[in-house]
Design a protein around this ligand. Structure first.
Ligand code: NAD
Length: 486
């Protein structure tokens, strides 16, 4: 069994109190790792190490020196690609191709993209008139925030964690990361990479554990943390925001979603079916940007439901490295119970179950895993729980619509506002709708196509702030103005 330690001040260390917890495999619930659980003292050590690095060697590097080191991190991740793929497969149980095509390459890309951004973004300058006619010059300088607390979820662990760590370091901050208790492996591996590349000790620290009364809460309440970036559930975000209010720390939040997919009758039918299928079921539906509400224009409704059902029923469950399989389990038994409770609730509320709704038959070796069937419902009112609340599982409800106004109103009638997908060949309509739908990201005739330079974040209860490209610099640096009288 693997032992996962905290990574503090450049060293892998046990927790001072000696506490540990078990990490279980999603595919069969066997224990695959014993993980050190950081207590208050460990978190304090990590924060102090990060402060020392920030005020010491890391703070003294030039931007070019930091950029070179971050390029080195990306290259070392690529060199150890198979180790990262194996760790992320073990943690998440998701198919190998998801790791090799999305999760791990994106992790490496994050370091290069943000190194490039920090190297190339200018700061502002304003000349102003003064009564004596000599004028004054204002210019901005960007300074790092200090020590950034990074709290990340389990659904795309390496990608989402590095999406925050990379810009934070590029800007000259140091970090203390609290990965999800469900997925500790790649954050630990990144510690090895940091040491190999020569990132100074204390710049990147990892404390493992849970949220309340554990590493997460200790970190967010620690007065030495200057800013907190968090991806996870909206409810958790509320708790973290309260902690951040002590000491007026800045927050960046990427939270839950209940995203609408909208398919017009004039859409490229096969592309729309494939796009909605991926957005509802990729990663076993555990994608914040995924589609759990589908609205299909009435003339193609029946045909669309039949086509999506056919694809959902064709998935092949199995282990991540099984070449015959293309579909993984949910992250944990606890999450499976939550998803199955929504499956039961949908039936109670009167749904027609088009497909799925339960647990697939699995061979004996995998029977104990967190498997659930991809599930499609129709026939529910917009007030039903599975139409309003984020399930975060492989499921969607499909409803017919007749007019653009009607579908825009339904898409907006939700507390969340993360993303939407619109499928149509009428681009004038698509652009018009993109301005009306209350979300941070609209995809037209695609889904999950990500240019890392663009603004990423949620509207309404799906988030606070934007990250990505220069937008990340707004959070990870503070701009100071210098006014020079000429
Ligand atoms: P979660 O909120 O349960 O946990 C996320 C992280 O917060 C974990 O590391 C957890 O240990 C920590 N945490 C929990 N309680 C805490 C507390 N009181 N103080 C400090 N830390 C605490 O979320 P999850 O179940 O890991 O992830 C799924 C959720 O994340 C979904 O809602 C999904 O939509 C959302 N998500 C959003 C985005 C986005 O970009 N908007 C991306 C991925 C996931």
């Amino acid at each position: 069994m693997q032992i996962v330690k905290n990574f503090i001040d450049g060293e892998f260390v046990d927790s001072v109190e000696g506490k540990t917890f078990d990490k279980r495999s999603p595919v069969d619930n066997s224990v695959i790792a014993r993980v050190a659980e950081a207590g208050q003292v460990d978190v304090d050590r990590a924060v102090r190490a990060a402060q020392a690095a920030r005020n010491g060697v890391w703070g003294g590097l030039t931007t070019d020196q930091r950029v070179d080191l971050l390029y080195g991190v990306a290259d070392e991740i690529t060199r150890r690609f198979e180790d990262f793929v194996a760790a992320e497969m073990a943690d998440t149980g998701q198919p190998r191709h998801v790791m090799t095509h999305v999760f791990i390459p994106r992790g490496a890309a994050n370091f290069k993209v943000f190194a490039d951004v920090i190297k190339n973004v200018p700061t502002e300058a304003f000349q102003m008139a003064t009564p004596d006619g000599r004028g004054a010059l204002n210019y901005g300088i960007r300074v790092p925030k200090g020590v950034v607390g990074v709290i990340s979820p389990w659904n795309a662990p390496f990608l989402l964690m590095t999406w925050k760590v990379a810009p934070a370091l590029a800007c000259g901050n140091t970090v203390v990361v609290k990965p999800s208790e469900e997925t500790p492996l790649t954050a630990a591996l990144l510690g090895e990479v940091m040491n190999k590349v020569g990132i100074p000790r204390g710049v990147y620290n990892v404390v493992n554990g849970f949220g309340p009364s554990s590493a997460g809460e200790h970190l967010t309440r620690h007065p030495g943390i200057d800013a907190i970036t968090f991806t996870g559930e909206t409810r958790t975000g509320t708790t973290i925001m309260q902690a951040a209010a002590q000491g007026m720390r800045d927050v960046s939040f990427e939270l839950g979603g209940k995203n609408a997919g909208i398919v017009f009758a004039d859409a490229d039918f096969d592309a729309a079916v494939e796009g909605i299928f991926r957005s509802a079921f990729l990663n076993s539906g555990q994608v914040c940007l995924g589609t759990e509400r589908v609205y299909v224009e009435r003339p193609i409704f029946e045909r669309f439901v039949a086509a999506l059902k056919q694809k959902a029923e064709a998935v092949k469950f199995g282990r991540p490295d099984d070449p015959e399989a293309n579909y993984g389990p949910l992250i944990s038994d606890e999450h499976r119970r939550k998803v199955l409770s929504y499956y039961a609730k949908a039936v109670e509320e009167g749904a027609t179950v088009v497909t799925g709704g339960g647990v697939p038959d699995m061979p004996a070796a995998l029977e104990q895993g967190n498997w659930v069937q991809p599930t499609i419902w129709t026939g529910l009112p917009e007030t039903a729980a599975v139409v309003r609340e984020e399930v975060f599982g492989p499921c969607c409800h499909i409803r017919p619509f007749d007019t653009e106004d009607e579908v825009v109103n339904m898409a907006n009638d939700n507390d969340y506002g993360l993303s939407t997908t619109i499928w149509t060949t009428n681009l004038a309509r698509a652009h018009r709708m993109a301005g009306r739908i209350e979300v941070g990201i609209t995809w037209i005739n695609s889904w999950f196509l990500r240019d890392l330079r663009t603004a990423f974040g949620g509207s309404k209860q799906s988030g606070i702030g934007r990250e990505g490209g220069v937008h990340s610099l707004e959070f990870y640096t503070e701009t100071r103005n210098v006014c020079v009288k000429l």
